[in-house]
Write a protein that binds this ligand. Structure first.
Ligand code: C2E
Ligand code: CA
Ligand code: CA
Ligand code: CA
Length: 277
């Protein structure tokens, strides 16, 4: 009510200060985390559900925080983006991704690795420079590295984002639109987007079942086919969902049904033998 407004205001102010301080702390800590080896990539396999083999993996970031413990991106990615410290993370990420793929390739495994890129990474050429510089130090086929980007990150800053993505694709890297179907999904944009693959959001995969015959999923699959794009469904949790995807003609899938994201060493032990050699 109006009478307690003053007190509430004091609380709000305090909240804002605590929040601002928290942001600064996380931003400063992330720099230390990158330098001090606190960040770790977890990998989640991507399956070819026609031939039943592993074709690649998605890299997902984890932070082994010395005090707060094991953190997932929900705990820090948003703040990292707002404070621009995501840049340090992405620089580190690019190097990690290249060295993992180089090792796989050297052992004859035909796998790709995708990683997540934020809108901020598409606002200048830092990412392109990092990719090109890192590529010089690793023996890696560019086609084995894929960038995952949410549609809004491309559309909000279309000119800069498409310049950057086009440059990366000219080098041979591939680009996937993440969480497809949840954003603009504008047909007008789709044929102008410099992309190779659509990832069907788990919101739609999760609904596949008795009372959902997969209308949305089918539309995305058809759309992808018409535009000559690959398609993968994420968030597959049950054999029924996989069955629906096979019925609808979706050749690739990712989700807890196959594996949660796991440390790189565990991924190698479990899944390298299931890849095409
Ligand atoms: P995303 O790119 O959409 O990644 C998929 C998220 O869904 C991951 O959460 C993954 O662990 C989770 N997931 C995978 N399969 C299933 C499933 O079957 N069921 C359910 N319920 N969830 C599943 P995670 O690892 O917590 O990552 C969350 C988000 O954080 C990612 O969403 C991505 O947007 C962002 N992120 C992760 N790593 C990075 C990174 O290295 N850089 C940037 N910029 N963002 C990242
Ligand atoms: Ca992703
Ligand atoms: Ca996603
Ligand atoms: Ca997401």
């Amino acid at each position: 009510s109006k009478k307690t407004g003053g007190a509430n205001f004091a609380f709000y102010t305090q909240d804002i200060l605590v929040e601002a301080n928290n942001r600064l702390t996380i931003a400063a800590e992330l720099k230390r985390a990158v330098a001090g080896g606190e960040l770790e990539l977890y990998l989640q396999p991507q399956f070819d559900i026609v031939n039943q083999c592993v074709v690649g993996a998605e890299a997902l970031l984890r932070w082994n925080h010395p005090v707060k413990g094991f953190l997932t991106p929900a705990d820090f990615i948003h703040i990292a983006e707002q404070t621009r410290s995501i840049r340090f993370v992405t620089q580190w990420l690019v190097k990690e991704v290249f060295s993992i793929v180089e090792r796989w390739q050297a052992h004859g495994h035909d796998l790709f690795l995708s990683f997540n890129v934020s809108a901020l990474d598409l606002s200048d050429f830092e990412l392109v420079d990092a990719m090109h510089n890192t590529a010089r130090h690793h023996n890696v086929d560019a086609k084995r590295i894929e960038l995952e980007i949410v549609e809004s990150a491309i559309i909000e800053n279309f000119q800069s984002a498409s310049n950057i993505l086009n440059t990366l694709r000219e080098t041979g890297f591939s680009v996937a639109i993440d969480d497809f179907g949840t954003g603009y999904s504008s047909l007008a944009y789709l044929d102008k987007l410099p992309v190779d693959k659509l990832k069907i959001d788990r919101e739609f995969t999760g609904k596949l079942g008795a009372d959902d015959q997969g209308g949305v999923v089918k539309s995305v699959i058809d759309l992808a086919a018409n535009f000559g794009l690959r398609v993968i469904a994420e968030g597959v949790e049950t054999p029924e969902q996989e069955m629906h995807l096979q019925r609808l003609g979706c050749a690739r899938a990712q989700g807890y049904y196959y594996s949660k994201p796991i440390p790189v060493s565990q991924f190698d032990k479990t899944f390298l033998q299931l890849s095409r050699v």
